[in-house]
Write a protein that binds this ligand. Structure first.
Ligand code: HEC
Length: 148
């Protein structure tokens, strides 16, 4: 048992970097912070998608997730500072070379997130489905140009 525990402790750092990505060692870790902020958004986004896909729409739960996502929507952006295009980022250079398009994609996302909360408030599944798809499209729209 003890040996096994030691082995696991020794392997852990290897496992954590197994995806082959360099660690974000910059002060304040802006890349790691924005990625963590997107992961949080995903964690409220995904369960809504699962409900809809499995035809298990639960209006109360859905509304909670939609509200949480809306509260998290400001999270990533402050970490896209001018000198923060470095590994392990998956952002494309366009974030910095085309700030206007990035801003437009961001605003589209904000609007879609707000509209999902409104739709979820009506508790009407058809409206919720449409609003969810619009939000999903806003993620895809930005990722297409600004994420590898
Ligand atoms: C305005 C642009 C934009 C919008 C809108 C956007 N993203 Fe992203 N997303 C990015 C960029 C850029 C990255 C890459 C960040 C990096 O690696 O530095 C990213 C990364 C991610 C990641 C990867 C995090 C990681 O660990 O590397 C996830 C997950 C993600 N986004 C989910 C979403 C979801 C879900 C939505 C919609 C609900 C969304 N994003 C909307 C630009 C956007």
């Amino acid at each position: 048992m003890r040996r096994q525990a030691i082995l696991i402790a020794a392997l852990l750092p290897l496992l954590l970097t197994a995806c082959g990505e360099p660690e974000d060692t910059r002060p304040g870790q802006p890349v790691a912070q924005r990625r963590a902020a997107f992961t949080k958004i995903l964690k409220s986004f995904e369960p809504m998608g699962i409900q809809l896909k499995k035809n298990r729409y639960d209006a109360d739960q859905f509304l909670l997730h939609a509200k949480t996502l809306s509260e998290l929507k400001e999270g990533p952006w402050q970490h896209f500072g001018p000198d923060t295009n470095y590994p392990p980022t998956h952002a494309t250079g366009k974030v910095w070379s085309d700030p206007e398009q990035f801003e437009a994609a961001r605003q589209r996302f904000f609007k879609a997130a707000d509209e999902l909360v409104l739709a979820a408030g009506t508790r009407k599944e058809a409206a919720v489905r449409t609003a969810y798809e619009t939000l999903h499209e806003s993620c895809r729209n930005c990722h297409k140009t600004f994420k590898d």
